[in-house]
Write a protein of this length. Structure first.
Length: 260
């Protein structure tokens, strides 16, 4: 497992890891951290995935974008955010069990972060296609995130100027922009979605995860939904299951139609 390196795609710095040294990676995995976390927060997951994938891990490049907004002034040294949150309003909604307004709103700053993440996805795919000497359409990719990063990944997959990812990972996410998302869910016709959420999550309640689950099911999306007894976190089963899903990105397609 190689050490992470810092790299800039578009306007976003990222931590990038090529799991192996013998091969040029064939697929991308882009995972966005949550609100208040440092940009390095999820980097350790690459090692867990690599261990689960074994030799296949050498075919992956893992990219961990760093959110654009610093939270130093809010007393969170090294903390970053994809968009700023009104924490008092969010906590009031949680205590009152009233989430409809939050589910339907478009957070200020979402559009800018969606644009930045889209630029990163396109630039990282083009870079890897150049390195492999293949067409960019041959670069399969997974896009996902945790918490606020999961929401951004979903919004970008649905409304960003990028191709739909082969795999969309939702670790402890929620619904925002519900009307706009519902109208765009047909974009995920060929995307597999993995969603996990703790039933005791005090930050993004489980009911919000169920709403996202139900929207995806109603749209006919290929969804694996993993509820677990736990708080706002990523459990071990979610790591193991997403490793299996990642394997499918590099498995030879049927009829022997392989990419370089």
């Amino acid at each position: 497992m190689n050490q992470p390196r810092k790299q800039r795609y578009g306007s976003l710095d990222s931590y990038v890891i090529d799991a192996g040294q013998a091969h040029t990676p064939a697929a991308l995995v882009i995972l966005c951290h949550g609100y208040g976390a440092p940009g390095s927060d999820l980097v350790g997951i690459a090692g867990e995935w690599a261990e689960a994938l074994g030799e296949t891990a050498e075919l992956f490049r893992f990219v961990f974008p760093i959110a654009p907004h610093s939270l130093d002034e809010l007393g969170l040294p090294s903390g970053r955010a994809w968009w700023m949150l009104n924490m008092a309003r969010m906590m009031d909604a949680i205590q009152a069990q009233q989430f409809d307004e939050l589910h339907h709103e478009t957070p200020p700053g979402l559009e800018e972060s969606r644009r930045a993440l889209s630029q990163l996805v396109n630039a990282a795919r083009e870079e890897l296609a150049d390195q492999r000497g293949c067409d960019v359409d041959a670069i399969r990719f997974a896009l996902g995130g945790f918490s606020q990063g999961a929401m951004l990944a979903m919004d970008t997959a649905l409304r960003g100027p990028i191709p739909a990812p082969e795999l969309l990972i939702q670790f402890s996410g929620s619904v925002i922009c519900q009307s706009e998302w519902t109208e765009s869910l047909s974009r995920l016709q060929k995307t597999r979605v993995y969603q996990s959420h703790g039933t005791q999550d005090p930050i993004l309640p489980f009911q919000s995860a169920e709403r996202l689950r139900d929207l995806l099911i109603a749209a006919g999306v290929d969804l694996e939904f993993h509820p677990f007894v736990g708080p706002h976190t990523i459990d071990g089963e979610a790591i193991a299951s997403t490793a299996i899903a990642l394997q499918q990105l590099v498995d030879p397609p049927p009829h022997g139609n392989t990419t370089p």
